[in-house]
Design a protein around this ligand. Structure first.
Ligand code: FAD
Length: 401
């Protein structure tokens, strides 16, 4: 079969057709193209829209390695900020989790927006085929030799693409997951009764490491994107909208929730972005069906407390790209056939960690006195045990692939 992009009777052909041009889809395309495998990306939004999304910021060392191997490590090395530890607090009690001491590793603070920018640039250099603004996407022959995708372009032209494989990288609200018949899919979900109200502000961060703070007023996170750009979050009611919160209210609430020694030195300023994210744990099994392979948020969601969403997307892409490369280079199907099984093992361990961090640090509206006591006791156990702190550090810097 001639894989060179050929417009045969109006049907485009490629080897791996990727639905979704977020970090998962762009990274998969980048790794595969570097290995000589043809890809096409179909994305429903514009490039500008994707680059304006403010999301993840804490990158595991494994993820940095994958990004470097994909040829986009230069800016992360130059501009990423290495964090050797993080602060956890319960009212005014604080503990520092020392990643370096426990694991000899550090995480890197580098925004998802910057990673996406680097990936688009690298994809442009490889002349990647990315269709933006696509609509009405549907699939045919998913379990046959050459599945086919039909869609409308931005200018309402109908197009067909035949591929060897389809990668569903279209996020939680995407379409590809729905192509797996319900009877073949198990869904595991836990919705938390709160969200995170996040703001971005052009102010210096309150601390040079992240502060995860649990207080009687609710959870708060003090994070950053650079030495001049802070990202702060407070736990909020799910029924509210960002417009319901003034900047003044946000800063007051954040001060209440941070330990005193930090809140006293908090520098405030106008927010340049404000959004609410609901918290949810969600996993489907299996994450492959016929010629479809799901990766990233299309397959699972974690609450952001452990900073794992993007990192988990990158580990999926690591497993999936290796599987495609061994298939095309060595005609070896074992990794492709076991992708779901291999990836889900790490996904579930990460889902557990994100759930645990969320449970430890948030105020649950209906928790009993007993549950509140257990929550405090969990925190003090952590603060007094090197082993417990080591386990947190091991998970936070990322489990091995
Ligand atoms: C508000 C918010 C804050 C977050 N904060 C953090 C954090 O601090 N730390 C962390 O690790 N993670 C965080 N995450 C999670 C992290 O951003 C995601 O895990 C990551 O974006 C997953 O990448 P993805 O490419 O799999 O999915 P996405 O980034 O969702 O990309 C999917 C792409 O598919 C496109 N698409 C959707 N439907 C279709 C369709 N039908 N056809 C074609 N294209 C389609 C979308 O437009 C999108 O560009 C956050 C997420 C949100 C929403």
């Amino acid at each position: 079969m001639d894989y060179k992009l050929a417009n045969l009777r109006g049907i485009l052909k490629t080897q791996v057709l990727i639905i979704g041009g977020g970090p998962s889809g762009l990274l998969l395309s980048q790794v595969l193209m570097k290995a000589g495998i043809e890809t096409i990306i179909l994305e429903k939004q514009s490039r500008q829209y994707i680059l304006n999304r403010i999301r993840a910021g804490v990158i595991e060392p494994n993820s940095v390695e994958v990004l470097k191997n994909a040829g986009i490590g230069d800016r992360i090395d130059a501009e990423g900020i290495k964090h050797q530890g993080t602060i956890l607090s319960h009212d005014d009690h604080t503990i520092r989790i020392d990643f370096q001491k426990a694991t000899k590793k550090a995480v890197t603070v580098y925004g998802q927006t910057e990673i996406t920018k680097d990936l688009f640039k690298a994809q442009d250099n490889l002349n990647a085929k990315i269709f933006h603004g696509i609509k009405n996407i549907r699939v045919e022959n998913l379990c046959e030799k050459s599945p086919r995708i039909i869609f409308d372009t931005e200018t309402d032209e109908q197009k067909y693409i035949e591929a060897d494989f389809i990668a569903g990288c279209d996020g939680f609200h995407g379409i590809s997951r729905s192509w797996i018949p319900e009877k073949n899919l198990s869904v595991y979900e836990n919705r938390y009764p709160f969200g995170w109200l996040g703001i971005l502000s052009e102010t210096p961060p309150v601390n040079d490491e992240l502060i995860y703070s649990s207080s009687s007023s609710g959870f708060a996170l003090a994070s950053m994107r650079s030495s001049k750009l802070s990202r702060y979050y407070i736990q909020c009611d799910l029924e509210t909208k960002p417009e319901d919160y003034t900047d003044d209210f946000f800063w007051l609430e954040l001060k209440k929730r941070l330990p005193k020694k930090y809140s006293e030195k908090l520098i405030t300023g106008p927010s340049i972005e404000k959004s609410i994210a609901p918290l949810r744990s969600f996993v489907v099994e299996p994450i492959q069906y016929g010629k479809l392979y799901l990766a990233g948020d299309a397959a699972h969601i974690v609450p952001p407390t452990g900073a794992k969403g993007l990192n988990l997307a990158i580990s999926d892409i690591y497993y999936l790209s290796q599987a495609f490369i061994t298939f095309y280079n060595d005609n070896e199907k074992t990794l492709l056939e076991s992708y779901s099984q291999i990836a889900l093992k790490r996904i579930w361990k990460t889902v557990r960690f994100s759930w645990w961090m969320t449970t430890l640090l948030h105020t649950f509206p209906n928790s009993s006195h007993f549950e509140k006591k257990i929550q405090s006791s969990e925190f003090f156990n952590l603060s007094e045990s090197q082993y417990a702190m080591g386990a947190l550090a091991e998970n936070y810097v990322g489990l091995p692939y």
